[in-house]
Write a protein that binds this ligand. Structure first.
Ligand code: 6PG
Length: 479
């Protein structure tokens, strides 16, 4: 029997996705550049379902039913192009090439256009959930043509995670690179989510002196309420873990410089390009970058003074931190979703925000109880212009604001960096302010560069003759 899908690239993610398809009853043809990985997979898990072993891409393609579905799971960038180049001559019109790696969505748009010209479908698929998710049910974000989804969608839905209501955590996102774009934004939110958890941990430890083991209990407790999420759950696991070699909390022996493969940075770069204020995500990326400047930080420790202020911690400091964490987390989701809205306009994607939030409910790294409410907010007839304006969230964040301000004040007074707690609060305050100092920015731009400004009391664009008699003239818009 020919296989319904072929998988090439059998490192952990590819192997686990292949096994997931097989465990769900599909026949899967396997290929890897070095056959050793294929054999290792078959040896360890060959009895989980129907696999076909192949040694070349020609053989892989020859073993597939039509239209052929070939899933590529190799390192993003050049390796994807190289596999595509080898595959294309082997395929026929209507066949579907799937890239399930973390590719940049602009690469996906380029590849899709190129393969379309050859009569092939190219589907960029965002897959989240790490190794375990790939095997047991990830959250899946497919882009590409609606037509390709007809042939591929049911299989992806079958292997995806399922939400509480039984809905698959997989839905067609929109055309070309939309799936990879949404996965990129997911990762941007993931960065911010992890950073706010880190800031909460740091404040509890450095301001309140709560040791990791006790914090594990606090995070476990938080996981029972509105913060309930995968990342909070595993934070408790990591903080509660003791290093076997030293007997110390593991967290104390892990080097404090965070790595990054690039998706968070891409989110921020795209946010900048689109004029979408993803400040919480940007601060998370920068926090990782600063953490990695170990040599410079070593000097900073010696030459920079703290000059902190004595503070009496607020009475319910732990609860305050919980609320600050929740509010900042809401902001990072709001900013990520705002970026989706900007991208929909820019690329003409019909993004359904309720479906996207819906497929993040389970399977992915940012899965959280909160996503159920976000899904509901965007299913309502009246869609909020910003997540924070949805009645349920406006109310939730209003409750957290006093605690949030207290926590940011403590962080500032004690010299504990909390870039996302504080920048999220600034975003919140920026959103609700009647007048922003941007009026002054405009005045300055007009002064030094005749960049013009608009007035609050009449239509049109104006310029003040700053170096002349300072009268105002109507001007061409050079905003
Ligand atoms: C996921 C993760 C996954 C991966 C990140 C890590 O959704 O399953 O986001 O894609 O863990 O790429 O990214 P960094 O190395 O940049 O933290």
């Amino acid at each position: 029997m020919p296989a319904q899908i072929g998988v090439t690239g059998l490192a952990v993610m590819g192997a686990n996705l292949a096994r997931n398809f097989a465990r769900n009853g599909y026949t899967v043809a396997l290929h890897n550049r070095s056959v050793g990985k294929t054999d290792a997979l078959l040896e360890a898990h060959g009895d989980e379902g129907d696999f076909i072993r192949t040694e070349s891409l020609e053989e892989l393609v020859a073993n597939l039913e039509t239209p052929r579905r070939v899933l590529i799971m190799v390192k993003a960038g050049g390796p994807v192009d190289s596999v595509i180049d080898q595959l294309v001559p082997l395929l026929d019109e209507g066949d579907i090439v799937i890239d399930a790696g973390n590719s940049h969505y602009t690469d996906t748009r380029r590849r899709e256009a190129a393969l379309n010209e050859k009569g092939l479908h190219f589907v960029g698929v965002g897959v989240s959930g790490g190794e375990e998710g790939a095997l047991l049910g990830p959250s899946i974000m497919p882009g590409g043509s609606a037509e390709s989804y007809k042939a591929l969608g049911p299989m992806l839905e079958k292997i995806s995670a399922k939400a509480d209501d039984g809905a698959p955590c997989c839905a067609w996102i929109s055309t070309d690179g939309a799936g990879h774009f949404v996965k990129m934004v997911h990762n941007g939110i993931e960065y911010a989510d992890m950073q706010v958890i880190g800031e909460a941990y740091d404040l509890l430890r450095s301001a309140a002196g709560i040791e990791p083991a006790q914090q594990a209990e606090i995070f476990n407790e938080w996981n029972q309420g509105e913060l309930s999420s995968f990342l909070i759950e595993i934070t408790a696991e990591v903080l509660g873990h003791t290093d076997a070699a030293t007997g110390k909390p593991l967290i104390d022996v892990i080097q404090d410089s965070a790595g990054q493969k690039g998706t968070g940075r891409w989110t921020v770069q795209s946010g900048l390009d689109m004029g979408s204020p993803v400040s919480a995500i940007a601060e998370s990326v920068f926090a990782r970058s600063l953490s990695s400047q170990r040599d410079i930080r070593a000097v900073g420790q010696k030459v920079l003074t703290a000059d902190t202020t004595e503070v009496t911690l607020p009475e319910n400091f732990v609860e305050d931190v919980r609320q600050a964490l929740f509010a900042s987390k809401l902001v990072s989701y709001a900013q990520g979703i705002d970026m989706l809205t900007s991208a929909a306009g820019e690329y003409n994607w019909q993004l359904k925000l309720d479906e996207i939030a819906g497929l993040w409910r389970e399977g992915c790294i940012i899965r959280a109880a909160l996503l159920k409410d976000i899904t509901a907010a965007y299913s309502a007839d009246e869609k909020p212009a910003n997540l924070l304006f949805a009645p349920a969230f406006a109310e939730a964040i209003a409750k957290a604001v006093p605690a949030w301000r207290r926590v940011v004040a403590v962080a500032v007074q004690l010299g504990i960096p909390a870039p996302v707690f504080s920048s999220s609060l600034a975003y919140y305050d920026g959103l609700r302010r009647d007048r922003l100092p941007a009026a002054l920015t405009q005045g300055l731009r007009d002064f030094f560069g005749a960049h013009t400004y608009r007035r609050t009391d009449k239509e049109g664009t104006f310029h003040t003759l700053w170096s002349g008699d300072r009268s105002e003239i109507a001007a061409e818009d050079t905003h």
